[in-house]
Design a binder for this molecule. Structure first.
Ligand SMILES: [Zn+2]
Length: 327
């Protein structure tokens, strides 16, 4: 984190100058389309404000006590409010709790920062409860609201914030940035279009797509076990995306089943969302045979590097998986 995205330098500079002149407002409203990194910007700027030994350009050092706390998500003077799990709404209780905390003196020298994202997720009561703090903000408080739908916020809230507009990066710039990511995404151009030009949204779409494909592969895996699908047909379906990805998924499912077999509450699963189904297999299948099967997957992965008839390799694995069901 710690520094802005390449297309956010103007806004970054503007706030840095305000901050150096000790003229930062108490409330900021970051607007612009979805997926261009507004919340990322808010968090990076917060980190830089809290940092105890800035770089020359004002960005955070990433190493001081403050930066380490921010990285761990446990800095006492930085709170990020988002809808709670399974909810699309930011509720009044979430806002109230934080308002109480901003009135306290910062634990470290500096600001008490609250990021609300997406701010339009606040329901009416939540937004109203924020008003008072916006009208009479405590000395060192900085509220940062981020939204792609500013019109959904009450005018009273909007008018009390300094607005900072963000534009999507130029297409070339966005594509170049996507290419530099640790996991470059396939079909970056299409996804960027689908994301209306928001590069971070494009990454999210790519991740969702992978999740969806994994889920549909897992259905096939289940169907083979239940005798409701032909290994030949399924192998052909899976191979449409190459051999590596299905083998990788297959291997993570088997390893998760093995983990669940060893202890009922393993500390970590690669596919926690599939736990119920995997547990079901763990209860029925034989451990030694699961290990043998896992070895066979590894062997197939090795073979796939050199030769080979991919269809046959995958097919024989699926046949083996089917056999495994009969103890
Ligand atoms: Zn630092």
């Amino acid at each position: 984190m710690s520094s802005p995205l390449p297309w956010q330098t103007t806004q970054w500079q503007q706030l840095s100058e305000q901050s150096q002149a000790k003229r930062l407002p108490h409330a900021l409203l970051l607007t612009g389309i979805k997926g261009i990194g507004k919340t990322y910007f808010a968090e990076s700027f917060a980190e830089s404000l809290l940092c105890e030994s800035h770089q020359m350009d004002g960005s955070a050092c990433g190493q001081c006590r403050s930066c380490l706390l921010v990285a761990a998500g446990s800095h006492p003077d930085l709170t990020v409010i988002q809808p709670e799990e399974d909810s699309k709404v930011i509720k009044i209780d979430q806002i109230r709790k934080v308002i109480t905390s901003v009135t306290l003196t910062p634990q470290y020298a500096g600001y008490k920062i609250i990021i609300i994202s997406p701010a339009d997720a606040m329901n009416r009561n939540a937004a109203n409860s924020l008003l008072k703090t916006l009208e009479e903000p405590p000395g060192q408080a900085l509220l940062v609201l981020s939204t792609d739908k500013p019109a959904h916020l009450p005018a009273t809230v909007r008018s009390r914030c300094q607005q900072l507009k963000f534009n999507a990066p130029a297409r070339n710039e966005a594509l170049a940035w996507l290419k530099q990511q640790p996991t470059p995404i396939e079909q970056a151009e299409t996804l960027l279009d689908l994301a209306s030009g928001g590069p971070l949204e494009a990454i999210k779409l790519a991740e969702n797509d992978i999740l969806e494909r994994r889920t549909s592969h897992f259905s096939g895996f289940n169907e083979i076990a239940g005798g409701n699908h032909e290994p030949t047909k399924l192998a052909a379906e899976w191979l449409k995306n190459g051999l590596k990805q299905p083998l990788y998924w297959l291997s993570t499912w088997i390893m998760d089943i093995i983990r669940l077999k060893m202890v009922s509450q393993p500390p970590r699963l690669t596919n926690p969302d599939l736990k119920a189904d995997l547990q079901h297999f763990a209860e029925r299948l034989n451990l030694t045979r699961l290990y043998e099967f896992q070895e066979k997957i590894t062997e197939t992965l090795r073979l796939s590097e050199s030769q080979c008839n991919e269809q046959m390799l995958l097919e024989s694995l699926l046949i083996e998986w089917k056999r495994l069901q009969k103890n």
